[in-house]
Design a binder for this molecule. Structure first.
Ligand code: HEM
Ligand SMILES: *[C@@H]1O[C@H](CO)[C@@H](O)[C@H](O)[C@H]1NC(C)=O
Ligand SMILES: CC(=O)N[C@H]1CO[C@H](CO)[C@@H](O)[C@@H]1O
Length: 351
């Protein structure tokens, strides 16, 4: 199996062993057997035109990220996940996975990239529990959606559409949103890799009921993270440095806002502090120019922007990556060795 497939499957599981896929904690959407819960539907509101406006709509000041503290994220026990199973919905909703795949297939490449990132963010904050989808209900308590690392998450409408079709076919309490997010991330990887990367996705997750903006920053590494911070962050989820490098390869697709690599923390377009390839740097400076102050977007992988392949690692080696956190993979022996191994064309990473 491709390394990337194996490790994506791993985050899908690890997230769930953390603390969310336990009955009593989350809202047990895939009700295992009990008809017992006439509990209120999760506060997940599909496709609401407008969630209450986020807290002060500040154009994101420098994030109050405190380096070096890999503190709050819950430790993730590396035990096999209880209750999750491949083919979990075979009886209760046999077409669930097919429906998700069909909806994802019809999305464009950018949205597919967004779905992969959505899956990552969901699993890294409170485990894979769909808490990334929760809209703000309490005006004083913004959800993960409004956290700085969530800025620019996309693909929510695909999740909504898949969930709606599934509910029509199987009822509303059968398939969890968390599983839909996981299936969608897996399927987006499948399509963007030209069907090379595929894996069985165990399912049976519960949807969480809570989502806090204050839990995004401590759990999701920032684009200016050092290699030690990246290692610590992934280690807190039970993932090794090698697995961290494998997952970083997801930056072979999708886009970034210019603000993500030109912050006051790390201005990647400043030649005196950045090791970025000068040609890419001047091209980005052009692309990020804006008369109106808009935060433009640029592609992450300048070689094959819409393909899940190992070009990302070649870009790291040639200093053609956007974030300090990408470049930082070359700053430690183990991670740089992993980058080199993944950059080789004979396929450990992708096939
Ligand atoms: C290693 C630490 C990571 C950091 C610091 C990081 C940071 C970022 C940032 C800042 C963006 C751009 C957001 C924007 O400005 O619009 C981004 C985009 C993206 N990230 Fe990561 N990321 C990391 C790991 C991952 C992982 C593990 C995955 C998935 C497995 C992932 C998948 C993506 C994708 C697909 C995009 C493009 C999204 C789109 O086009 O909508 N990233 N990441
Ligand atoms: C986040 O905020 C919620 C409610 O405001 C609080 O209960 C929780 O402990 C906070 N979590 C962290 C990690 O600060
Ligand atoms: C999709 C989504 O809800 N994104 C939100 C991310 O966070 C910003 C605020 O930081 C919101 O404005 C976005 O709506």
């Amino acid at each position: 199996m491709a390394k990337i497939a194996a490790v994506l499957a791993l985050i899908a599981l690890l997230g769930c062993t953390a603390r969310t896929c336990q009955a009593g904690y989350g809202y047990p959407t895939p009700v295992p057997s009990t008809p017992s819960t006439p509990s209120p539907p999760p506060p997940y509101t599909p496709s609401t035109p407008s969630p209450p406006p986020p807290t002060p709509a500040t154009p994101s000041p420098p994030p109050p990220y405190t380096p070096s503290t890999p503190s709050p994220p819950p430790p993730t026990p590396a035990t096999p996940t209880e209750g999750l199973a491949v083919g979990y919905y075979k009886k209760s909703c046999p077409r669930a996975e097919d429906i998700v795949r069909e909806v994802v297939r019809d999305a464009n490449a950018g949205i597919m990239a967004g779905l992969i990132r959505l899956f990552f963010h969901d699993c890294f904050v409170r485990g894979c529990d769909a808490s990334v989808l929760l809209d703000q209900v309490d005006p004083n308590s913004p959800t993960e959606k409004f956290g700085i690392p969530n800025l620019s998450l996309r693909g929510f409408e695909v999740i909504d559409a898949a969930k709606a079709r599934i509910e029509k076919e199987c009822g509303s309490d059968v398939v969890s949103c968390a599983d839909v997010v996981a299936f969608a991330g897996r399927d987006a990887t499948y399509f963007l890799s030209n069907k090379k990367v595929y894996f069985d996705m165990p399912a049976g997750r519960y949807d969480g009921l809570v989502s806090f903006i204050n839990e995004t920053l401590p759990n999701l590494p920032p684009p200016f993270a050092t290699v030690d911070q990246l290692k610590a962050n992934f280690a807190s989820k039970g993932l090794t440095a090698d697995e961290m490098v494998t997952l970083s390869g997801a930056h072979t697709i999708g886009i970034s806002h210019c603000s993500s690599f030109t912050s006051s923390f790390s201005d990647r377009l400043n030649p005196s502090t950045s090791d970025m390839d000068p040609t890419l740097m001047s091209s980005l400076r052009e692309q990020c120019k804006s008369d109106t102050g808009t935060d433009n977007t640029v592609v992450q992988d300048i070689k094959t922007p819409n393909k899940v392949d190992n070009k990302y690692y070649k870009n790291v080696l040639s200093h053609e990556v956007l974030f300090s956190s990408d470049a930082a993979l070359m700053m430690a022996d183990d991670t740089s060795a992993a980058v080199r191994a993944n950059a080789k064309d004979n396929g450990v990473w992708e096939e």
